[in-house]
Design a protein around this ligand. Sequence first.
Ligand code: ADP
Ligand code: MG
Ligand code: MG
Length: 510
Amino acid sequence: MEIESMVANSALIKAREGKRNKGRSLKWKEMLRFPHISRCMDLATNIERDYHSLCVKQPIGKKLFQLFCRSRPDLQNYISLQDALSNQCVSIVLRHEQSCVQRLQFVPCGDVFHACREDLHQYLSGKPFVEYQESMFFDRFLQWKMLERQPINKHAFRQYRLLGKGGFGEVWACQVRATGMMYACKKLEKTHIKKRRGETMALNEKQILGELDSRFVVNLAYAYETKHALCLVLTMMSGGDLRFHIYNIGPPGLDRDRVCFYAAEVCCGLIHLHQKSILYRDLKPENILLDDSGHIRISDLGLAIQLPDRGLVRGRVGTHGYMAPEVISHEFYGMSADWWGLGCLIYEMTAGRPPFKARGEHPSPSEMERRIHKQQEEYGDRFDVDVKDICSTLLNKDPNLRLGCLDRKGREVQSHPYFRKINFRMLEAGLVEPPFKPDPRQVYCSDVQDIDEFSTVKGVILDNIDTNFYSKFNTGSVPTSWQNEMIETGCFSELNVFGPFGSRPPDLDW
Ligand code: ADP
Ligand code: MG
Ligand code: MG
């Protein structure tokens, strides 16, 4: 490894460890200084007074509402009950679910405490919610909201090494100066976007990411612009992409347990997207990333599309060699394209090569298409009965007969015998230990100098129409992600102090 790469890697590893001041800037408290409450009045009049959004969905809102309830003797018990319902009980129920099912021979209802929790919210959204909005806890919420809405530019971040390269630009590791949180910044070069008419695509990727909230899809934390680029700040995935794991560590391919675990998590991610009528269309190892604990997330939603109700689309969209037969041949298609993609992925992780291409071979696009339409993929001895069966049913050339496209959609994929050892309910709750944990002292991507430099485009002039499009993109922090960042990094608890006996402390800018 060259010295340049070693230096870049060790700087990144140090930042991830966050030893000095947890990675925060020395001026972090100034950066996160609450505005005076008199400056929050516009927000107070305009913010939508919706109980679910303010007290359940938004992480800081939920915390402050809980603090309010705890400060009130008549409401304390409600909050204790809510805590119990959301944490311990659910994980206990999930852990015993399998044995319960066997004993009782019936499937327990989806969420055992659903009705109870609904009643609780029903009560809290009445008088308690009204009183909360008149309390100092809600004032504090407004102050946090003002911080959240500060405009974002590149100075909010420290930049570390290059992680990867894509169609419109580069992906860099970065860290928020105020909180020490690590993220990956995907930079889309303005000139490249314009030259290749990628405006809708960029906006599309940003919009879809901003609406999603799944542990199996990368989260968007910020969207901002610089002079030359549009930037998407995403969940940092320190474990690298699956392509790197399949090909760059040991002999190509992954062992059975890992393949099955990643396939199961991707399957959950696809189901989540499909439930929101989003078709992903770009399933391949490079786009599936590992986090530091070894869980995967689907990333790169540049080609994803929101389908109209029960609608279909047409368009040869995807990556060569991974597109489904119906996509290649200009037919209308729906979610079937993604289930084909899952078949390709399981095949490639198992065999150490994609289904229609030998190792080191580079067939022409037309030859690739011919094979996808006509050729029966081969299964070597790395494939046992179950993995062969799930691959061949997902790679059915007829979308109407393909696994995942029959009556029960994604659920029929989950109940395939290949996944018999996976408890999907536990998996969806994040309670399954991954079979492989990335080494925190290693950087799972190619050396900096081996990632091709991004070429510059000449002769593209940016004008007013472009500026208009950039402002649609440049929306700053995504509320849920920003609030989670404050909580996870400890900034919330360190800053959210109230004076003695609940009074407002004089030294904080109230
Ligand atoms: P493109 O849309 O141009 O294909 P991607 O979003 O797939 O760009 O990013 C390109 C590469 O950058 C990925 O294959 C991966 O190696 C790396 N990368 C992307 N997002 C992240 C992330 N959140 N964390 C770590 N690495 C990432
Ligand atoms: Mg990609
Ligand atoms: Mg893309």
